[in-house]
Design a protein around this ligand. Structure first.
Ligand code: HEC
Ligand code: HEC
Length: 282
């Protein structure tokens, strides 16, 4: 009697498992349109694929995921299309490096947030220069070609259906003459309301700007070659429109563009803050 029951339970367990595998693995696998490549799928160059191998070898995925979920916590990691990742995003990935631990930020759309190779190479060499509290290891010991390949891979991690940010090489070399036409005629919506601009800007400055521009906002040496801007000095030579543009698009030199992570009003508040910094923090 007992023996017969055991056989029945085993059969039941087997059927249940087979059914579960059929529904969660076999059926989706047959629906190829679910995971076929589309215009948003990353296309990896040879250099980027070499970078991916180094990413695997160095175990970057121990600390970084590449999967953006639908929950509000993941909103900061969504790409420019404000969506979670989907199966087609991985069509050109084998193996797929989803990761499980999120000690550092999700990197599925990092190329949209940070499109500059120089930024990535500088950050890989010295993460603490960009965020003093960072616990990411330094990869300064890797050969220059490997850092280049890693950076190429990281900037490929983006939604390919959206044009990458167009960034100038180096803002410090530019003058008002270089300000794109469409920014020149913009009106500052916070003009005449300095108090409101300061109220909006102050928490953002503390959270997102002082790490690179220094607590005193007088600029900081980030790498041997790259120095961030002294806000007091720039306030004297830049228009609010120029500052708004610089904050919006950033530069290949290592200033991140904030178009996709801050609202227009927040960017204007920051431009107004910098323009009036002498008065706000004498
Ligand atoms: C011990 C955990 C750890 C490891 C290993 C690690 N990182 Fe990080 N990473 C972090 C943390 C924490 C941050 C956030 C602070 C910072 O920006 O440095 C970060 C930030 C980043 C960022 C910036 C992302 C953003 O949106 O600001 C990139 C790009 C990055 N890491 C790439 C890599 C690569 C490539 C490797 C492997 C070569 C790697 N990381 C290995 C912890 C790690
Ligand atoms: C990861 C480091 C980093 C962070 C974070 C950062 N900056 Fe910068 N910033 C730089 C660097 C580097 C430059 C110099 C870039 C250049 O000359 O191309 C710069 C330049 C600028 C300039 C251009 C000055 C000019 O007219 O030439 C402005 C404006 C600016 N930053 C504002 C901000 C604001 C506002 C924030 C916070 C929301 C911020 N930055 C956060 C690194 C950073």
């Amino acid at each position: 009697m007992l023996h017969r029951n055991a056989a029945l339970v085993a059969l039941g367990a087997f059927l249940l498992l087979s059914f579960a595998i059929a529904v969660t693995v076999a059926l989706p696998l047959m629906q190829e349109e679910l995971y076929a490549a589309d215009e948003a799928t990353p296309q990896y160059s040879e250099l980027a694929l070499k970078g991916k191998q180094i990413y695997q070898r160095e175990g970057c995925f121990y600390c970084h995921t590449q999967q953006v979920r639908t929950i509000p916590n993941d909103a900061a990691f969504q790409g420019p299309n404000k969506r979670p990742s989907r199966p087609s995003d991985y069509a050109n990935d084998n193996p797929v490096l989803l990761g499980t631990e999120r000690t550092g930020p999700d990197l599925k759309f990092v190329g949209d947030r940070l499109p500059s190779k120089d930024w990535h190479i500088g950050h890989l060499k010295n993460p603490r220069a960009y965020d003093p509290r960072s616990i990411m290891p330094s990869y300064a010991h890797l050969p220059e070609e490997e850092l280049e390949a890693l950076a190429e891979y990281l900037i490929s991690l983006r939604d390919w259906s959206v044009k990458p940010l167009q960034q100038p090489e180096r803002l410090a070399d530019l003058t008002e003459e270089d300000l794109p036409e469409e920014f020149r005629s913009l009106q500052n919506p916070l003009a005449g309301d300095l108090q409101r601009a300061v109220a909006i800007a102050e928490p953002i400055v503390a959270q997102s700007c002082v790490a690179c521009h220094g607590q005193d906002l007088r600029g900081k040496q980030l790498t041997e070659r790259v120095k961030s801007a002294d806000w007091y000095e720039r306030a004297q030579v830049r228009s609010e429109q120029f500052l708004y543009w610089a904050i919006t698009v950033g530069s290949k030199e290592g200033m991140p563009g904030w178009e996709r992570s801050l609202t227009e009003e927040q960017r204007w508040a920051l431009a107004t803050y910098i323009k009036n910094i002498q008065q706000i923090r004498p």
